[in-house]
Design a protein around this ligand. Structure first.
Ligand SMILES: *Cc1c(COP(=O)(O)O)cnc(C)c1O
Length: 291
C-alpha cells in the first residue's frame, strides 16, 4: 500500500504529539483537498468527462486544488465564486492554472444544482464537484488516511468545514475496528451541524467527539490570541499552519491538554490538512500583529 505523507513527531509546550503531514502531499492540491479529489479524478476519467465545475469562496483552498488538478490532467476547470467580483492571490493562482471564474451573487450561489444546470447542463463534458469536494469519493479518499498510519493512536484530531474529511477518518477508524477517538474541531460557529453531515456517510458515531468552541468567532474569523498562538507554534515547531483550519485544531489540542482531557501518555495524532495559502486571506491582520 502506498503512503502519501509522513507522520512526524511534534513537540510544543512540553506536549509530544504526532502530525500526519498531508500538507506536504502537494503545494497546490493541498492536504485533504488532494485526498478528496483523488477518487473524483478517477471517476471523471472513467466516465470520460473533461471539464471540472465546482464552487467556493474567494479564498477557497478547494478552488486552487481543483484548478491545479485540472491543469495537470489536461482537463478544463470552471468555478462559481461566492459573492461580487474580487481579485486576490488565491484567485490569481486559479486563473493562472486556467480556471474560468464565474462570480455569483450570494442568493444565487446557494442553489448549486441549478447554477450548474443553467451554465453547463447542456455540455456533456462537464462534471459537477460540490463545494469543498464533499462527496462519497471524497470520504473514500479521506478514509485511506487511517490505513497509512504507522501505529495506534488514542486520539486523532482534524479540523472540519463540511465534515467530509472527518467522515472519512471515522469510516477508516470504524472499518479497522480501532478504539481511537476522532476529535473534530469545526471552524464555523454552531459547529454541532457537523455531526449530521458526518452521519450522511457513516452511521456509527460512537468514536466521534466534537469540540465546538474553538471557532474563534466563526469561519475565516481570527483573533489576536489565535495569531499569537500561530506565531509561537510555527516558530517553535517549524510547521506552518493556517488561521482558517489547522491553527484552530492545534489550538484545541493544547487547550484540551491544559484541561487534562488526555490520559497520561495518550498517543495523539493531528492531521495537518494543508491549505496554507489561506494565510494570504488574512495577511493584513498578520502584518499588523507581527509588526
Ligand atoms: C477545506 C479544508 C478543511 C475542511 O475539510 P472538510 O472536509 O470540508 O471538513 C480543513 N482543513 C483545511 C486546511 C482545508 O483546506
Amino acid at each position: 500500500m502506498q503512503i502519501f505523507s509522513p507522520v512526524q513527531p511534534c513537540l510544543f509546550q512540553s506536549l509530544n504529539i504526532s502530525v500526519k503531514r498531508d500538507d506536504l502531499i502537494d503545494t497546490y492540491i493541498s492536504g485533504n483537498k488532494w485526498r478528496k479529489l483523488k477518487y473524483v479524478l478517477e471517476r471523471v476519467k472513467a466516465i470520460k468527462k473533461n471539464h471540472l465545475v465546482t464552487f467556493g469562496g474567494a479564498y477557497s483552498n478547494h478552488l486552487l486544488a481543483t484548478a491545479a488538478l485540472a491543469a495537470r490532467h489536461n482537463l478544463k476547470s470552471s468555478a462559481f465564486v461566492r459573492g461580487e467580483k474580487v481579485e486576490n492571490e488565491m484567485l490569481m493562482l486559479c486563473k493562472l492554472f486556467g480556471m474560468d471564474l464565474i462570480f455569483t451573487a450570494r442568493d444565487l450561489y446557494k442553489n448549486k444544482n441549478s447554477l450548474f444546470d443553467n451554465y453547463f447542463g447542456k455540455n456533456e463534458n462537464c462534471f459537477f464537484i460540490d463545494e469543498g469536494g464533499a462527496s462519497n469519493e471524497g470520504v473514500k479518499g479521506c478514509a485511506e488516511i487511517v490505513k497509512e498510519l504507522p501505529q495506534h493512536y488514542d486520539h486523532i484530531f482534524c479540523a472540519a468545514g463540511t465534515g467530509t474529511t472527518a467522515a472519512g477518518l471515522l469510516k477508516g477508524i470504524n472499518a479497522q475496528g480501532l478504539s481511537t477517538t476522532l476529535n473534530v474541531i469545526p471552524v464555523l460557529k454552531g459547529g454541532e451541524f457537523i455531526e449530521k453531515e458526518i452521519e450522511n456517510y457513516e452511521n456509527d458515531l460512537s468514536k466521534l467527539q466534537l469540540h465546538t468552541n474553538y471557532h474563534f468567532g466563526g469561519y475565516a474569523k481570527t483573533t489576536p490570541q489565535l495569531i499569537h498562538f500561530i506565531q509561537n507554534f510555527v516558530g517553535e515547531t517549524g510547521i506552518l499552519i493556517d488561521p482558517v483550519y489547522t491553527a484552530k485544531m492545534f489550538y484545541a489540542i493544547y487547550d484540551l491538554a491544559q484541561q487534562n482531557y488526555f490520559k497520561k501518555d495518550a498517543k495523539i495524532l493531528a492531521l495537518h490538512t494543508g491549505g496554507l495559502f489561506g494565510i494570504l486571506g488574512m495577511k493584513d491582520k498578520f502584518e499588523q500583529f507581527l509588526g
